[in-house]
Ligand binder design. Sequence first.
Ligand SMILES: Cc1cc2nc3c(=O)[nH]c(=O)nc-3n(C[C@H](O)[C@H](O)[C@H](O)COP(=O)(O)O)c2cc1C
Length: 190
Amino acid sequence: MRDGSTLFSVGIFYGSSTCYTEIAAEKIAHEIEKTLKNKDLKENFSVSIFNTKETPLQKIEEFDCLILGISTWDFGEIQEDWLKQWHEIGNLKLDNKIVSLFGLGDQEGYGNWFLDAMGLLYNQLNQFVIHWCGFWPTDGYNFTSVLPITEDKQLFVGLALDDDSQYELTDQRIEKWSEQVVSEWLDILA
Ligand SMILES: Cc1cc2nc3c(=O)[nH]c(=O)nc-3n(C[C@H](O)[C@H](O)[C@H](O)COP(=O)(O)O)c2cc1C
């Protein structure tokens, strides 16, 4: 890390139509702060959270570490608040940002399009040089979409959450993923 007094900024940005992604974002903020506290690093990081409905996307340039949350709607479509600002993404300065994604979807109802918006966001951000963190195993999910996963199908490109079909797993997934993300940040920032 740069030195003991350096403050790293974490920005959590989400778009959410019926509050599921919003609630997940709040839980992630809580778990990230808990993990930082357990590692005695709370003073080295600031964690802020923003709804893309009311926040210009340009704001994401201000943060070292980004956690971006998006739900998928209407057979593989991007959540509406992200969609409204989608055209801005190419104009942002995001090279060298440390980015993790999380997505909300419904694998039982929309298995062919499960978490497609998270995959689309990943592809859109890959025009920049990004330090990706928070890839997540596909084990334990049942779906056929290809956009949110790596070529070998072993990993999602971010945390996969499904409050429609696997609500009972959400909290433990968030807890484990937040610990994973913090330890990946520390490796990159070392
Ligand atoms: C009409 C409708 C269409 C949906 N389409 C998809 C889809 O294509 N893929 C997917 O993974 N989930 C789909 N979902 C599930 C939502 O993504 C899921 O309920 C999510 O938790 C909503 O999050 P939000 O309230 O934060 O927007 C759909 C849900 C509804 C009601």
